[in-house]
Design a binder for this molecule. Structure first.
Ligand code: MOS
Length: 729
């Protein structure tokens, strides 16, 4: 199916099942321990041995020698794989870091060996007996030190153009009656998902099966095939349940490659999980940024100049953190400039983490907007509304598909009691607590990708959906089931959803906030074909058939859906592809975040009190799950504002706090009352389902709303995240 003009009315619009707060269909499996995660696939590989990954103890340099004899002789050891016996290894197409070091080392904790043994404990003990001699080389680990020398980033396959300009930014900024020019910084952050990267690998001849935790199965197949130099057709990836990803499980990482190599060497299935201590330096992270924001405005609050530059670092060939991505479209203004600079750093690889680009970009931009509103003496909500635009600032002929930023701000202000806010910072006090409120806009792209699905109808009237889509805790199983139920006129009790297997039709997986929109559109396309097949079986036209309550009605005739499969299962498969609507319309999701904080006037302790997000993100397929996504994003935004910080040891070149004791994320006690409001919206330019994503919108802007609330409470403007109490005293 080709989708190249805005959607008209179709069966999804009936909203019998879609749009309802249906319970998670995988919920009972998860809370009873019956959802089998990658490392637990013991039935699939009952004789699996255990692999233990040894990480490099230097950040840059080379391995001079490795003494493996003691480890080889250790109890239970079956094999040891290092660069010397691994064979030729390539890299995948997404990450640049090699899965296995040797002889050169590219970053700290890069794998130097995997030890395979009968038990995990034996493998771990043997790994401790390996003696590695390194020759350490000087590396670059300090982003701030590269500020004057970092070159412009190159255009990659993802992300905004590294350099954009409109009008005369420098002249307009200099001429503006009111100006802001300030620097902000965001630290390196870790995905820190609950389930560590984990894989069981099994070879059958030259065919490889990986049970692994991965967000995009198609990327994983592509990347493991390329890395090992085997045909994609020889790879199967299975990933029915994933314990969180946040972008860190976009494609395969060292656990998968090490498991595959280890299984080949040991001639039996091998399971590898990255121990928690490797989950910070061996894997990818969100790169730190330094951002310079320049805003110029007229005295009545119209932005005339808007400039945003961002510096980040990565390994050679890696991507920049696209922190300027939203700045081209969030606010009006005739003179503009964005630049992404990319330094070479020898830290672990920077990669995508929930709302790559917008999450750190909005952390800076939305403080800058608050600062500018204060300079102007204009309410921060009104200042944003004053600078709304309904067209692409760079192309007035290109409208937004739907843009309800103003409605999000107004609704939020009303619901949150914004008019009661302290007008002047540090003026409201309750005992030792200084009270403040803050606001920020939210924006995140609404991409959609080609997606295929297969649907099967049996004589019991049960529809089974098969696709390689993943559910990383987001609710994919449920919204896919709801879409099929709506299309076929059945209840959720008549739908079976099978995901997470590369043998199923190809989806774009879970990433970039495209999963919900893309996967449900793929199911729509397959169900259109199944409806046609059913109608044909009854000798009626699909256009004349109504699919309701498990029955098909055409004129005065009525059949049960199952009758269509009496002679054998009906199977339909299709994919949906897109024309140029994404070029003709700016497709984004919008929101507004409101936060109230209390700051201890004596100790500087910051406590969140209330959080509200108002979101406009297309059709909400399941409000219960969408809310879970948004409050999860808000919670992660609270971590970004107040806690999360991978601390770089600039001498050694690694993240020091590489465990969950040292890398702080919010716990329940940190998170107060959270509210989410979804504005009524359908977006006909996205897909026939008219839905966008919300999983990354929820994090974008939250941290700045918290920073602005802390300023409102204390009068202390913190521009360097995280806002820890020492920065307030
Ligand atoms: Mo996302 S960080 O694009 O999984």
């Amino acid at each position: 199916m080709k989708f190249d003009k805005p959607a008209t009315r179709n069966p999804i619009d009936q909203l019998r099942v879609v749009g309802k707060p249906v319970d998670r269909i995988d919920g009972p499996l998860k809370v009873t321990g019956k959802a089998i995660y990658a490392y637990e696939q013991n039935d699939a590989a009952p004789d699996a041995a255990y692999g233990y990954v040894l990480g490099a103890a230097i950040a840059k340099g080379r391995i001079a020698s490795m003494a493996l004899e003691d480890a080889r002789r250790a109890p239970g050891v079956l094999a040891i794989v290092t660069a010397d016996n691994a064979g030729k290894l390539d890299r995948g197409e997404f990450y640049v870091a090699r899965a296995l070091a040797g002889p050169s080392v590219d970053h700290y904790h890069q794998a130097v060996a995997v030890v395979v043994a009968h038990s995990f404990e034996q493998a771990r003990a043997a790994a401790g007996l390996i003696r590695v001699e390194y020759v350490r080389e000087a590396g670059a680990f300090d982003l701030a030190a590269t500020r004057t020398s970092a070159p412009m980033a190159k255009q990659g396959s993802f992300g905004p153009p590294p350099e954009t300009g409109l009008g005369n930014f420098i002249g307009a900024h200099a001429a503006a009656p009111l100006r802001l020019d300030a620097d902000y910084s965001t630290p390196d952050q870790a995905h820190a998902m609950m389930e560590p990267h984990a894989t069981i690998a099994a070879w059958d001849g030259d065919k490889l099966t990986l049970w692994t935790a991965i967000q995009q199965i198609n990327w994983g197949v592509r990347d493991i095939a390329k890395t090992l130099g085997i045909p994609k057709a020889n790879v199967r990836i299975v990933s029915p349940f994933i314990g969180g990803g946040f972008g860190g499980k976009g494609t395969i990482l060292s656990d998968a490659v090490m498991a595959a190599l280890a299984a080949r060497a040991a001639r039996r299935p091998v399971k590898v999980t990255l121990q928690r201590a490797l989950m910070f330096n061996n894997v990818t992270h969100r790169p730190a940024t330094i951002q310079r924001l320049r805003i110029g405005a007229t005295r009545d609050g119209k932005i005339t100049a808007l400039g945003h530059e961002s510096w980040s670092g990565n390994l050679a060939g890696g991507r920049p953190e696209s922190a300027t991505i939203q700045t081209g479209v969030l606010y009006a203004g005739a003179n503009r400039m964005t630049r992404l600079r990319l330094a070479h750093l020898d830290l672990p690889e920077g990669g995508a983490m929930r709302a790559p680009g917008e999450a750190p970009g909005m952390m800076a931009l939305e403080i800058a907007m608050d600062e500018m509103a204060e300079k102007l003496g204009i309410d921060p909500v009104e200042f944003r509304i004053l600078n709304d635009t309904q067209v692409d600032p760079a192309n007035p002929k290109r409208p937004f598909s739907r843009r309800q930023l103003v409605e999000c701000l107004r609704t939020g202000a009303e619901r949150f009691g914004w008019s009661d806010r302290p007008r002047k910072p540090a003026t409201r006090r309750e005992g030792d607590w200084l009270i403040g409120v803050g606001v920020a806009a939210a924006i995140r792209g609404a991409p959609i990708m080609k997606c295929a699905a297969r649907v099967r109808l049996n004589r019991a009237g049960v529809v089974t959906v098969e696709m390689d889509m993943t559910d990383i805790g987001t609710g994919s199983y449920s919204i896919i089931g709801q879409t099929a139920a709506e299309m076929m006129g059945i209840g959720m009790d008549k739908v079976v959803v099978k995901l997470g297997d590369s043998r199923f039709p190809e989806s774009p997986g879970s990433g970039g906030q495209w999963g919900a929109a893309s996967s449900t559109a793929g199911v729509y396309a397959a169900c259109v074909k199944l409806r046609e097949a059913v109608a044909t079986r009854f000798g009626v036209a699909e256009a004349d058939a109504r699919f309701v309550d498990g029955a098909v009605r055409a004129g005065d005739r009525i059949f049960t859906l199952g009758e269509a499969a009496e002679a054998g299962e009906l199977v339909a498969e299709d994919s949906i592809e897109y024309g140029d609507l994404a070029k003709r319309y700016v497709q984004q999701t919008f929101g507004a975040h409101f936060v109230e904080v209390a700051v201890d006037a004596v100790t500087g302790e910051i406590r969140l009190r209330r959080m509200l997000a108002v979101c406009a993100a297309g059709r909400i397929l399941n409000p219960k799950m969408a809310r879970s996504q948004v409050i999860g994003g808000m919670t992660m935004g609270a971590g970004a504002a107040l806690m999360e910080h991978l601390v770089v040891d600039k001498r050694i070149g690694m993240f020091v706090n590489h465990d969950l004791a040292g890398y702080e994320v919010p716990v329940h006690a940190d998170i107060p009352h959270q509210d989410v409001i979804f504005l009524d919206e359908v977006d006909e330019t996205i897909s026939p389902v008219k839905a966008k994503g919300v999983g990354e919108l929820g994090i974008s802007g939250v941290a700045a709303a918290i920073a602005n609330a802390v300023y409102n409470a204390t009068g202390v403007r913190v521009r360097d995240y995280p806002i820890t109490l020492d920065k307030l005293l």
